[in-house]
Design a protein around this ligand. Structure first.
Ligand code: AMP
Ligand code: GLY
Length: 423
């Protein structure tokens, strides 16, 4: 089998490494991949958003199966375009990817089908949004409607901050057209849990739960980032809560998408908050999370390609999706300055992977024989073990063996999960 993976970050590296475990896989192409992924796949310099070039490449190279990992090409219809060429794909079509592509769509879907989420209002003009904020409860949450590189969410702790966020999204167009509609929603509290789920549009198979660490610095301080580390499973997500989520969130969402004529096939990501009133949806993503994938896939014992093919062909009921009972930890090493300004081009020397410790490369390119950093998030240093404390310890031990002079990592990935375990 010849496989094509669209994307070029740590998540794609984790997907590629897992796909390689299937013996029928002869070759994997990564579009565009990166210097670190090049160890595991053939990287082709085609951008993840260049759909005509992706489709042409797939046709010319007789690709048997494609995996579209990032949000942009999914929302832009990469799966539709590949399917039109007869190439089966893992990932939702554009009409289902809208569940991430438009917050207004996803909020209205949840309201219509009674799926628990924060109360909200939608605004299409700044004057009415600002008027609403005059006496809205504070803190409040302001969200740009469209994709905004994960930065379109502002938790405003004062009325002034809330109004400034509305002005910058709706008037100054900080996120371009993504901000022409905004959602203003109730501020929820409670532990956050990420659950990625395989679905073929009918059956839902949740993966092991995980916990992201979004802030740049220790103790959840500093700016929001794309994610500075993850652990799996998430100790807050008990079996009892999992049952509630299946009945009140996962199955209702998949059914709702069917009702709307937008069957979702691929990986549906549920960003959940375990509030005092029960689990609620904070956000949906139409794809694998990054860096959640880096801790979830190493714990998958079933064959990833088989599961992905079943999602694409509507036969997920027939395949087993099994996870190990162990734990995983991924510590992101980022360029100093990230998520603000940072420098690239710093030499990287990485320890060899072994059976329970490996490095997923998110942002690096080849220079001569070596690798240099090329991006904000650079490495996902990952370990698996029988229990969480050991996984965390092994991941950090591996971080200590990385030579990346311009890099930084949080030192407390998994600390909150450990506290929860001790309760
Ligand atoms: P997102 O970019 O949608 O993942 O949101 C970023 C983060 O904002 C989430 O991980 C939550 O921590 C937080 N957040 C989003 N919506 C809410 C809400 N309604 N109440 C409290 N926190 C929220
Ligand atoms: N880690 C959160 C995301 O992938 O959006």
């Amino acid at each position: 089998m010849k496989i094509l993976v669209v994307g070029g970050g740590g998540r794609e590296h984790a997907i590629i490494k897992k796909l390689k475990e299937n013996e029928t896989v002869e070759q994997i192409f990564a579009l565009p991949g990166n210097g670190g992924i090049a160890k595991d796949a053939t990287c082709v310099p085609i951008g993840a958003k260049d759909i005509p070039a992706i489709v042409a490449f797939a046709r010319e190279n007789a690709i048997d199966f494609a995996v579209v990992a990032p949000d942009d090409p999914l929302v832009l219809g990469a799966v539709d375009a590949l399917n039109a060429e007869g190439i089966p794909c893992f990932g939702p079509k554009a009409n289902a990817a809208i569940i991430e592509g438009s917050k207004v769509f996803s909020k209205n879907l949840m309201k219509k089908y009674g799926i628990p989420t924060a109360r909200y209002e939608v605004f299409t003009d700044p004057a009415s949004a600002l008027a609403y904020l005059e006496d809205a409860p504070i803190p409040t949450v302001i969200k740009a409607d469209g994709l905004a590189l994960g930065k379109g969410v502002i938790i405003a702790t004062s009325r002034e901050e809330a109004m400034a966020a509305v002005r910058s999204m709706m008037e100054e167009k900080q996120f371009g057209e993504s901000g022409s509609r905004v959602v203003i929603e109730e501020f929820l509290t409670g532990p956050e849990v990420s659950v990625l789920a395989f679905t073929d549009g009918k059956v839902v198979r949740p993966m092991v739960s995980s916990m992201d660490h979004k802030r740049a610095l220790d103790h959840d301080e500093g700016l929001n980032t794309g994610g500075m580390g993850t652990v799996a499973p998430n100790p807050y997500y008990t079996e009892e809560i999992a049952k509630v989520c299946m009945e009140t969130i996962f199955l209702p969402t998949v059914r709702a998408m069917n009702e709307e004529g937008r069957p979702f096939q691929g990986c549906l990501y549920f960003g959940l908050m375990l509030t005092p009133d029960g689990p609620k949806v904070i956000e949906y993503n139409c794809r694998f999370g990054d860096p959640e994938t880096q801790v979830v896939l190493p714990l998958l014992e079933s064959d990833l390609l088989t599961v992905m093919q079943a999602c694409a062909s509507g036969t997920l009921a027939d395949v087993e999706v099994r996870f190990s009972t162990g734990s995983a930890c991924c510590v992101i090493m980022a360029s100093k300055g990230y998520p603000g300004k940072y420098e690239s081009g710093c030499p990287l020397t990485l320890p060899e992977d072994d059976a329970d410790g490996f490095i997923y490369v998110a942002g690096a390119k080849k220079e001569g024989e070596g690798l240099v950093s090329a991006g904000g998030r650079v490495l996902g240093v990952t370990a698996v073990a029988d229990d969480l404390p050991t996984a965390i310890q092994k991941a950090y031990e591996r971080v200590g063996r990385v030579d990346f002079a311009n890099g930084y990592a949080r030192s407390d990935i998994g600390a909150r999960a450990m506290l929860a375990l001790q309760k």
